[in-house]
Design a protein around this ligand. Structure first.
Ligand SMILES: *Cc1c(COP(=O)(O)O)cnc(C)c1O
Length: 409
């Protein structure tokens, strides 16, 4: 039986081969990547214990990102559903409108410590790239974003935003011309230029060091939340559910991290895709097999031959065939439970929450709200649900208008 080791951080639960539970993660990388990854691994191990670096991180989290983000009670939604008390951690109030800014900021700080002038990153829908270009501008680094040629066409507004921040967009014309290929191409570039260049991966995926840096950065969410919860309730409530959407898994890992050794229940919500379609982006919910993607073993959507399978979701941020090895581990140890919400359920949840409350979650956290809306009426009013509202709906304005006829925020 796979078990979580007590007293060890989630990101450090791996063995000497960087495998979580002996099965997930690792560094499945070409020989040429070994040196830059070893160097980065050593540097990060040092920095996370360096008091001055931690001070610098906290300074920028507060003064640049705007920490702490609010923790609020959704009284109208609670009353409307009649059951558990529903709260939200409004991470969408962070600078840039989503949690990706934590990881982007930390990577820029590491790049500066490493004496690098350039930072490179990959992006699919464009949000990881947009946040990285934003942070690079702030910290005075030259920025290149690798993006599939197909995605460049589909995600015009984000491409414009990245250019405005001074980033160079590198179109990737290999393979499917989407995120999967952008990551590979970005790594290739990094290997050839690692003396001057630092690489950032936008979620808790990829070779182990990128998973670690990302989850260590988003852990800020639960560092704030555990304090806010204790202040509100005087303790951690006896019955507490923490609900988060999962794409790559970085917001969920950060939302849960500080609650690992408490009795709080974790629920991860994947993208179930369109209702009457076989396509989805929910490898944990739909029993996908283990495969290797972007240098790490994980549950991944694949065909019979082991080729990465097609996915579909209304929410660009969740539309990814794999899932962080951290979440594969949390699933198999049964520390977290995973489910999915369909496109339609997410849209409905978005509509209800933005109608009743003064927050307007993007389509990704709307998947988490869909699960909260399903659960709350079945629970007693002594039970507490907290949803991570990790992104703002403004970016989804067009698709929401198209699907629902109007957009309110
Ligand atoms: C990118 C993104 C996600 C999905 O990524 P995770 O790593 O699973 O958090 C979720 N929500 C928003 C708002 C995003 O931008």
């Amino acid at each position: 039986m796979m078990k979580i080791k007590k007293g060890i951080q989630l990101i450090d639960q791996h063995d000497k081969n960087y495998m979580y539970g002996g099965k997930f993660g690792g560094n499945y990388i070409p020989e040429t990547l070994k040196k830059p990854i070893d160097d980065l691994t050593k540097l990060f191990a040092k920095l996370r214990k360096d008091k001055n670096f931690l001070k610098e991180r906290d300074y920028h989290f507060k003064n640049y990102i705007g920490a702490p983000t609010p923790f609020i009670k959704l009284e109208n939604l609670t009353e409307h559903l009649g059951g558990a008390q529903i709260y939200a951690k409004v991470v969408s109030e962070a600078n840039g409108g989503a949690h990706k800014i934590y990881n982007a900021t930390v990577h820029c700080l590491i790049a500066k410590r490493a004496g690098k002038k350039y930072i490179v990153g990959d992006t699919g829908a464009g949000y990881a790239g947009k946040m990285l270009s934003m942070a690079a501008k702030k910290f005075g680094l030259k920025c290149k974003i690798f993006m599939g040629a197909k995605d460049i066409k589909r995600q015009r507004p984000n491409v414009e935003a990245m250019k405005k921040n001074g980033a160079q967009i590198v179109p990737v014309i290999t393979g499917s011309q989407t995120l999967v290929d952008a990551v590979s191409e970005c790594m290739r570039y990094w290997v050839s230029n690692c003396d001057e260049v630092h690489q950032c991966i936008g979620s808790t995926v990829g070779p182990n060091i990128f998973i670690k840096i990302c989850a260590w950065s988003t852990a800020q969410i639960s560092r704030e939340l555990i304090k806010q919860v204790k202040e509100e309730f005087g303790k951690i409530p006896d019955k507490l559910k923490l609900i988060n959407c999962v794409g790559g898994g970085s917001s969920a890992a950060g939302f849960w991290n500080e609650f690992m050794n408490t009795h709080a229940q974790f629920i991860g919500v994947e993208a179930g895709g369109p209702k009457n379609s076989k396509l989805h982006a929910a490898p944990l919910t739909n029993g996908s097999k283990i495969g290797i993607l972007h240098g790490a073993a994980q549950y991944v959507i694949q065909d019979k031959e082991g080729q990465i399978g097609s996915t579909d979701s209304i929410s660009a941020g969740l539309d990814y065939p794999g899932i962080s090895p951290l979440h594969c581990f949390l699933k198999d140890t049964k520390r977290a439970r995973y489910t999915s919400a369909s496109d339609e359920e997410a849209l409905k949840a978005y509509r209800l929450v933005s109608k009743l409350e003064n927050i307007s979650p993007s389509l990704e956290p709307s998947h988490a709200f869909a699960e909260a809306i399903k659960l709350a009426p079945k629970l007693k009013s002594s039970e507490i649900i907290i949803v991570n509202s990790c992104g703002d709906s403004l970016k989804d304005k067009d698709i929401i208008k198209q699907k629902l006829g109007s957009y309110i925020r």
